[in-house]
Design a protein around this ligand. Structure first.
Ligand code: NI
Length: 244
């Protein structure tokens, strides 16, 4: 995309509301986040500091800060020679990403579950119940993230929770676009109900095992999805080798 086209595109997606200086970082971050999450800014879109600063009538500083926040949330990544771009939906390293999530989230469960109270359980239950009815993929992604976060609500380690949230955000974004192809709905809901029961019973070992199953199911679905994508993009017919 040429510069003028890119500017017109960003204007169309983000508008050009000029935020007051003290709110600039927060406003820009929120506008970019929602446009990335709902797909108006597709993966790979370049996010140049100067262009965004001009669009919003601010200096580059709040733009740089907003991009840094989004990078921490894995929505943006900085690429060599290109600068900040909208991060891919899910990467080849999804299996590694889920392996780390299992580590972080198992620990978050161990820390949080013994401390959860009736209100936390009620909030988690409300999310699962809403998931039974919900048909909008972007809401399903959000409710899934919220359910899991309610189970981790009492984990006191803030750094751990930032890592946990980054993993859940990444999954939420993927689910918005690919939930139907993952075919996870019913099975994932059975897991959610089981995890809620185990949390209420404070059965830590069993809930950690249930989380492993839940996330491994997602890994398998994503692996199948990525394999099917790879097959789609391959040329239909490979050139035949000379006859043997
Ligand atoms: Ni889930």
């Amino acid at each position: 995309m040429r510069k003028s086209e890119r500017e017109a595109f960003l204007y169309e997606v983000l508008g050009n509301e000029q935020p007051p200086a003290h709110l600039a970082r927060a406003v820009i971050e929120e506008k970019l986040r929602s446009a990335i999450l709902d797909g108006r800014l597709p993966s790979g879109t370049a996010l140049r500091q100067q262009e965004l600063a001009t669009l919003f009538g601010v200096s580059r500083m709040p733009v740089r800060e907003a991009l840094r926040q989004l990078e921490a949330q894995t929505l943006v990544r900085v690429e060599l020679h290109k600068g900040a771009v909208v991060a891919p939906l899910i990467t080849e390293d999804a299996v590694e990403a889920y392996a780390l999530r299992i580590l972080f989230e198992s620990e978050a469960l161990r820390l949080s579950v013994p401390l959860l109270d009736a209100e936390d359980f009620a909030k988690a239950r409300a999310c699962i119940e809403a998931l039974e009815e919900e048909t909008d993929y972007s809401r399903i992604g959000t409710l899934n993230r919220m359910f899991h976060m309610h189970l981790y609500a009492k984990a006191p380690n803030k750094r751990l929770m930032r890592l946990v949230e980054a993993g859940l955000n990444e999954e939420e974004r993927f689910l918005r676009f690919n939930l139907s192809s993952m075919g996870l709905g019913k099975l994932a809901q059975d897991d959610h109900w089981e995890m809620l029961q185990l949390a209420e019973a404070r059965d830590i070992d069993s809930i950690v095992a249930a989380l492993h199953n839940h996330l491994n199911r997602a890994v398998q679905a994503i692996t199948r999805y990525l394999a099917s994508k790879a097959a789609e993009t391959k040329p239909k017919r490979q050139r035949k080798k000379s006859p043997a």
